[in-house]
Design a protein around this ligand. Structure first.
Ligand code: F6R
Length: 598
């Protein structure tokens, strides 16, 4: 979702902003822009619809300037257009801002302060910049104007602000939307995430909600909304800037699919003793799981699908009851909770606004929580009682792949560590699964052909499965629909005949996942049912229960870990289906990587 970058220093700001925006592209956006302030107090704004590469072609700026802000916009208020793209300026040209978030009391603010004012754009952001100007004219003090602004805004906002009269200051404000400050030598930066700034610095300050900061080239001052100064240590991220490029791969998604075996091995390494003989984890987390009478997994999208597998793992390994809840539903429709709940938030980005809204409530209610996330110091990571990292490395492709398998592996370790008597060796089983993932990734040519045969021209497609294969079918269909735009659903195989089978017509692709012995025959008879009605069927199965006609057979892994391997061919099928259609695989239409609005 929207991305922000800002810089104040001595270097050429134009290139730093454009480079930062390119590294934020993965978050998803439809337009982009930059605003540059020169030493004479002139602000130049360049913005356009489309990619940052398009923006590059219109940034015609040769002056020396070293303060500026940039933005990638994912539309919420107003259509994607040049006019609605950021930065936005106050009409008198004094203030220029970039904004990420949604202002909930926009209508009231318009009515109270700007009843007859003619705004240029349709955005809520333009109100913000005019309000800063309004309060500045009232109090003649920019900091005071910002504090008044914060007191008047309801909703989420991360703001980068430049004042044309102060070419030595960059202002930044945060509430609910993510924003980091990057600490440099002779420069300072702001960014929606570390990625935007990683080529310049690995030292960051976090800003909490309802805080603002003033950056100069040599200083960073953070304040509460009251104006009280905050002292805070910076943190160092171990994000490796070389991980943030795709090397020789044509797409990040393919690279990230291939990385999954390495990620599982890294997880084993990070969560086990030196000799990789036993898993180790913060005892407080293990106790929190043991002490709870029910786990509530809260997540969205792919992370929710990983949660469905997590439920199986906790229930089967640790006999612990689990509810898996869609975050955006839970927040407004909280079920009756058990006596001693533990909330587990699963999120690749650690920034998903829907999940965070639940965490805010959970914290208010005083319940313990665990964030399982890929991004250290992300909002969920910071705000949950406990946290665990996925160690998957940056996931850039919008379609999540390695984070999903990493989430399952980490949840398996959590469940495993809460039982005293271990019935199998999870380190060994996860290592085997990593090997199998590798061998699947070596068979891309076969999967490419299957994608061509089953998915090239189709309008729709169904994934089916029973038991844990149903959970994987849900993820497989999400992956396929989001990057190939094929209309697809994941169904419980046994449910087909209760309605959905009406949709099967000649050549409708139906892909079945079969990994569990006890459902093997039943799912196969569902495959027959659809085949009889004309469906083009493909079975993905595990070797020990495979049949000769199966389209893709995978080596066996432990029965609780099958999702780690059965999902991989479906990710590769989705990739090649999108490739055949010539689509923008890493940045599918309308989607954002980090969904920071509710
Ligand atoms: C799909 C995908 C999304 C995310 C969802 C939650 O490939 O990536 O469905 O899983 O937006 O995001 P996180 O995991 O960052 O909370």
């Amino acid at each position: 979702m929207c991305g922000i970058v800002g810089y104040i220093g001595y270097e050429d700001v134009k290139e730093i902003l454009l480079g930062g925006l390119e590294r934020l592209e993965y978050r998803g956006y439809d337009s982009s822009g930059i605003g540059i302030l020169n030493d004479q107090g002139q602000v130049s704004v360049f913005k356009d619809l489309g990619r940052v590469s398009q923006l590059r072609t219109i940034v015609d700026y040769e002056e020396k300037a070293s303060i500026g802000i940039g933005h990638t916009r994912w539309s919420t208020h107003g259509e994607p257009s040049k006019n609605n793209a950021h930065p936005h300026q106050s009409k008198n040209g004094r203030f220029t801002i970039v904004h990420n978030g949604v202002i909930e009391n926009e209508d009231i603010l318009r009515e109270n302060y700007f009843a007859s004012f003619k705004f240029i754009s349709e955005t809520d952001s333009e109100i913000i910049v005019e309000l800063i100007n309004y309060f500045y004219e009232l109090y003649n003090d920019v900091e005071l104007a910002i504090r008044h602004l914060m007191n008047h805004l309801n909703g989420s906002y991360a703001l980068g602000i430049i004042d044309s009269q102060q070419p030595d200051k960059l202002y930044v404000v945060k509430n609910k939307s993510p924003l980091l400050i990057g600490l440099g030598e002779g420069f300072n930066m702001i960014g929606s995430d570390a990625m935007a700034m990683i080529t310049k610095t690995n030292k960051f300050y976090e800003l909490n909600d309802q805080e603002y900061a003033i950056l100069t080239r040599d200083s960073i001052s953070i304040f509460e909304i009251t104006g009280a100064k905050v002292t805070r240590d910076y943190f160092i991220t171990n994000l490796d800037k070389d991980q943030v490029n795709k090397g020789t791969y044509p797409h990040y998604m393919l690279k990230e699919i291939d990385e999954q075996a390495v990620v599982i091995r890294r997880i084993i390494d990070k969560y086990s003793d030196k000799r990789h003989e036993r898993f180790i984890m913060d005892q407080n987390i293990i106790d929190a799981i043991k002490d709870s009478d029910r786990i509530y997994i809260i997540a969205a999208g792919t992370s929710y699908n990983a949660g469905l597998v997590g439920k199986q793992l906790f229930e089967k390994i640790a006999n612990k009851p689990v509810d898996v809840c869609v975050a955006s539903e839970f927040v407004y429709n909280q079920p009756v909770l058990s006596q001693k709940p533990l909330f587990i938030f699963i999120s690749q980005s650690g920034e998903t606004a829907d999940s965070r809204a639940v965490l805010v409530n959970v914290n208010k209610l005083g319940y313990p929580s665990l964030a399982v996330t890929n991004v250290e110091n992300s909002t969920l990571y910071r705000e949950a009682t406990y946290n665990l990292l996925l160690h998957a490395g940056p996931e850039i492709a919008v379609a999540s792949t390695k984070a999903y398998t990493a989430q399952i592996a980490v949840l398996a370790i959590c469940a495993y560590l809460t039982v005293d008597v271990k019935e199998f060796d999870l380190i060994h089983e996860l290592s085997l699964a990593a090997n199998v993932i590798e061998s699947i990734c070596d068979q891309k040519e076969i999967l490419k052909e299957l994608a061509s045969c089953f998915l090239r021209d189709t309008r729709n497609c169904f994934y089916i499965g029973r038991h844990v294969d149903y959970a994987v079918a849900m993820e497989a269909s999400l992956k396929l629909k989001e990057i190939s735009y094929i209309q697809t659903e994941g169904f419980a195989a046994g449910e087909l005949k209760h309605g959905t089978i009406a949709l099967i017509e000649k050549d409708t692709p139906v892909i079945a996942i079969i990994s569990q012995e006890e459902i093997n025959l039943n799912t196969r008879s569902n495959v027959k049912e659809v085949k009889t009605r004309g469906a083009n069927t493909l079975v993905i199965s595990l070797k020990s229960i495979s049949s000769e006609s199966d389209g893709f057979v995978i080596d066996d892994v432990h029965k609780l870990l099958t999702p780690l391997v059965t999902v991989v061919p479906t990710q590769i099928l989705a990739y090649y289906a999108a490739l055949e259609r010539g689509l923008d695989i890493d940045k599918p239409r309308n989607l954002a990587k980090s969904v920071t609005v509710e």
